[in-house]
Design a protein around this ligand. Structure first.
Ligand SMILES: O=P(O)(O)OC[C@@H](O)[C@@H](O)c1c[nH]c2ccccc12
Length: 265
């Protein structure tokens, strides 16, 4: 079993106790609250520079420990916002990535207090609309759908829930046939994950192969394994509108300088 299948199985099991029907009415109400920030989609769509989604990530199965388990998500968010991140990605998976839903709540509260509009992605292994409701309630503006990990009917249920709650969706793909599958759902944002979730190697060749195949009008994101401005330039040159960066920004001594270099790539 590859790592993604293992994580998905664990997630389904962990979630089993909280599965309940989620009514449209509830999602609509959460959507009307729109707790935080501007549109995720719009933040990525600017044409004048490469957009950066900065990820708060304490550990991962591939990298091991990236930051202390006690790292304060709000402090990290403060650094990212000062460095002019366009969007934040907040990992809320605990078992494999050391995050929690409360991180999202805390970061959104921090952003609200400082009147920053930086929109947040709830980065987790989504399987059921219950998680979409949680994301909306905490103030996320986007959710992740990992195309290879889900059946079509699951993707549809997640998409419909996100639509009603007013959340954008980042459809994540890694192979050509996943692009075909994603396109059936009328995606507005597609992310190409450069990380092979079987072997855990990252290779920007994956973005270079797939991003040019994504139809015009869809926002294109290159995800994972982007460490320096040269990597960002490669992503930009193959057509990426945005990059999603975790480890490099988490470990950077000067995140502001690195972010600026990414923006200029
Ligand atoms: O730390 P990196 O190599 O910059 O990668 C960030 C992000 O792309 C990665 O964390 C990621 C991409 N897709 C995911 C799905 C689930 C969890 C994590 C991820």
């Amino acid at each position: 079993m590859d790592k993604l299948s293992e994580i998905m199985a664990a997630k389904r099991q962990a979630l089993a106790g909280s599965i309940r029907p989620v009514r449209n009415q509830e999602l609509e109400r959460l959507g009307q609250m729109q707790r935080q920030g501007g549109s995720f989609l719009k933040a990525l769509a600017r044409k004048d520079r490469l957009s950066v989604i900065a990820e708060i990530k304490r550990k991962s199965p591939s990298a091991g420990e990236i930051a202390s388990a006690t790292l304060d998500a709000v402090e990290q968010a403060r650094e990212y916002v000062n460095a002019e991140a366009d969007c934040l990605s907040i990992l809320t998976d605990t078992d494999y990535f050391g995050g929690k839903l409360q991180d999202l709540w805390d970061v959104v509260e921090f952003l609200e207090c400082h009147q920053r509009k930086t929109p947040c992605l709830r980065k987790d292994f989504m399987v059921h609309p219950v998680q979409v409701a949680e994301a909306a309630e905490a103030g996320a503006r986007c959710i992740l759908i990992i195309v290879r990990a889900l059946e079509n009917d699951e993707i549809k249920a997640l998409r419909d829930a996100a639509d009603i709650a007013g959340l954008d969706i980042l459809y994540e793909i890694h192979e050509e046939r996943e692009l075909e599958k994603a396109l059936r759902f009328d995606p507005k944002i597609i992310g190409v994950n450069n990380r092979d979730l079987k072997r855990f190697k990252t290779d920007l060749v994956v973005s270079e192969a797939l991003i040019p195949q994504i139809p015009n009008g869809i926002i294109k994101v290159s995800e994972s394994g982007i460490f320096d401005p040269e990597d960002a330039t490669r992503a930009r040159e193959c057509g990426a509108d945005a990059i999603l960066v975790g480890e490099a920004l988490m470990k950077a001594e000067d995140p502001e300088a690195l972010m600026e270099a990414f923006h200029q790539a």
